[in-house]
Design a binder for this molecule. Structure first.
Ligand code: ADP
Ligand code: MG
Length: 624
């Protein structure tokens, strides 16, 4: 029989320490949090060898009295909590009273501290959980904690540490988060003798962002403010064109604490629904200030997870605040004509049009020829080989059709069942502020793709397909998709890949909603009897294949997520294409929607317009 015993306190301490102190970054985090709780205005973090040999945190906070210094390092010793009721409203970053005990169990510590106005300070050294004696010391007001030789007495832990560079980077990430969480504190970071960060501590989030995330990202940020019951939201988010390839640029804070929050992430990303590119994620620095009793921070030893009493309210507050900021944004990305100088990087909201400077140029014709509106639209794409046995008979598409295409003779159009818009968690988008619009005119079209619009001192290039696709998508989403279906005179059979075939076959009713009447046909083939009028006949197979891919990637678990994706496809198919001739009213309507701000990004997050100023052109022609 194994012998059951209560653990030796030293071993128990080491186990407890393991939960709080995982790596140098956790030490830096706890020490910085203590500094901020102590009311510091300036905090300096210095590390050597990724923090393994040295972490020094210096603050100008309230310090500790000499006679309490040893107590601070005992387990469950804290000045931040008294009773169980205090746990229901925690306003400090620390409260568990275990960080200092945990750190000193696995490292060597020197601390120096002086309370404001005290004639002198106190110092204390500790090693592996054993404290020395407190001595009088000459030191500035505030506290300096020096942690050396982390895990010197737990070699097993040491083995898990990554290279110094990686541990140092993790410490830096912690410092950056604290700096973003507390713009009122000036934060300095020194790695191996080199200063890598200094925030001004002027209380402005924007200054902290500029220092931490850099100018480029800061310029692509849009300010967010909003509120809900017992809470307010503030901060910055990236514009949809500036979305990033990962979620690493998402920083959420709750009452000044950096948190990982599933609910806040979901709310943020929902606000970008249908205006960011696939695989791109918004970046943000978002602060939620919430009544202390509405959030529980005591759910994890490292305190980076929180629980909200009312998750829906948090979701809604964050979602609406972000959506408001995005809706209120009326800017278009600007075109950069000149080659950027070394110090002059292209900011996220700029699009490089031409990286090479145009040499002092021969004058070029300045008035663009108006295109021939009456010419017929290019014929539809070639019939794909997959479409055997015979190309179905269809009338050619009418020229200059505007939006609702009329039924064509020989077809049997009939509306398919209405597709309800996917359930949107929170209701209505916020009202658009009414602004007086400067008059504009269409001066031409480039490559039958970009509509050239002159407005005051600037020129806009509108991507007619992207803009129209967005208009279609918004309409379909608001009204439900009501595809006009037409029966193919000769049904079309095709044999997709097995996976695609099975996902399409599993979703035949959904396909009908989207205007395709499809049946299984023999082994491995599908037969299409009806298709939406919007889809070019030569494009039916490609469209169904695209739909299959979307259904597969959405996963069968969530048909509503797939629905939006399918609407993207249908919006795209129903849109005027780049390269097509378009009628003047058609272009007018598209441009109108862009100019009045109702259309900004295509459903995949690409911009619908970019902007150039007269001044930019004058510079290129050396007139200015
Ligand atoms: P907690 O922060 O959860 O209270 P800690 O172990 O981190 O627990 O710290 C214990 C106590 O030591 C704190 O409650 C605080 O009173 C004191 N303390 C720690 N660091 C500092 C500091 N930098 N300045 C002033 N007091 C501090
Ligand atoms: Mg603490």
């Amino acid at each position: 029989m194994p012998n059951i015993q209560v653990l030796d306190p030293h071993v128990a301490d080491l186990i407890a320490a393991g939960e709080v102190v995982e790596r140098p970054a956790s030490v830096a985090k706890e020490l910085m949090e203590n500094a901020i709780d102590a009311g510091a205005k300036k905090v300096t973090v210095e590390i050597a060898n990724g923090g393994m040999t040295l972490i020094r945190v210096t603050d100008d906070g309230c310090g500790m009295a000499a006679d309490q210094l040893q107590t601070a390092f005992l387990r469950h010793a804290t000045s931040k909590l008294r009773t169980e009721y205090d746990l229901e409203a925690i306003g400090t970053l620390g409260f568990r009273g275990e960080a200092l005990a945990a750190i000193c169990a696995v490292a060597r510590i020197d601390v120096m501290t002086r309370t404001p106005g005290a004639p002198f300070g106190a110092s204390l050294s500790l090693e592996g959980g054993i404290a020395g004696t407190v001595e009088e010391a000459g030191c500035p007001e505030g506290t300096t904690m020096v942690v050396r030789d982390l895990f010197f007495n737990t070699p097993a832990r040491q083995k898990f540490m990554k290279k110094d560079a990686a541990e140092g980077a993790a410490v830096f990430a912690v410092v950056q988060r604290l700096a973003l969480a507390h713009p009122e504190v000036s934060v300095k970071f020194i790695r191996d003798g080199k200063q890598e960060l200094l925030t001004p501590g002027d209380g402005k989030l924007q200054s902290a962002i500029y220092a931490v995330l850099g100018r480029d990202l800061a310029l692509g940020f849009k300010e967010v403010t909003g509120s809900g019951e017992d809470m307010s939201v503030s901060g910055f988010v990236t514009l949809p064109v500036c979305c990033k390839a990962s979620r690493n640029y998402q920083h959420f804070f709750v009452n000044g604490r950096y948190v990982k929050s599933r609910i806040m992430t979901a709310a943020l990303e929902e606000a970008y629904a249908n205006q960011r590119m696939v695989g791109k994620f918004p970046g943000c620095v978002l602060h939620l200030t919430i009544k202390l009793s509405c959030v529980d921070v005591n759910v994890h030893p490292t305190k980076t997870e929180v629980k909200f009493t009312n998750e829906r309210q948090v979701f809604s507050a964050v979602y609406h605040a972000v959506l408001n900021a995005l809706t209120g944004d009326r800017s278009h990305p600007t075109a950069v004509l000149e080659k950027p100088k070394a110090h002059d990087t292209v900011t996220p909201n700029q699009i490089k049009l031409n990286a090479t400077p145009i040499p002092a140029a021969k004058p070029v014709a300045t008035s663009l020829p108006l295109h021939d509106f009456a010419a017929p639209r290019a014929p539809s794409a070639q019939t794909a080989p997959a479409q055997k046995p015979a190309a179905p008979v269809r009338a050619p598409k009418p020229v200059d059709v505007v939006w609702e295409k009329p039924p064509v003779p020989k077809m049997e159009p009939k509306p398919a069942p209405k597709v309800e818009p996917a359930v949107q968690v929170p209701p209505s988008a916020p009202e658009q502020p009414v602004t007086v619009q400067e008059s504009w005119k269409i001066v031409g079209e480039l490559f039958r793709t970009y509509v050239l619009v002159e407005q005051g001192d600037k020129v806009l290039l509108v991507d007619k397909h992207a803009a129209h696709e967005r208009m279609n998508f918004d309409r379909m989403k608001a009204e439900g998709y009501k595809p006009m279906m037409q029966t193919l005179l000769t049904p079309l059979t095709f044999t997709p890949a097995a996976q695609e075939r099975s996902v399409l076959a599993d979703n035949l009713p959904l396909l009908t909603e989207f205007g395709f009447e499809v049946e299984e046909f023999g082994t491995g083939a599908l037969i299409v009897r009806q298709a939406p009028f919007d889809v070019d006949e030569g494009d039916i197979v490609a469209t169904l294949t695209e739909i299959a891919a979307k259904l597969l990637s959405a996963g069968r678990a969530d048909p509503d997520a797939a629905r939006d994706e399918l609407l993207h496809t249908m919006a795209c198919k129903a849109a005027i294409k780049g390269g097509w001739k378009s009628g003047p009213q058609e272009l007018e309507r598209v441009v109108q929607a862009v100019m009045d701000g109702s259309v900004k990004y295509c459903p995949h997050g690409r911009p619908v317009a970019i902007e150039l100023t007269k001044k930019d052109l004058e510079k290129q022609f050396k007139r200015a």
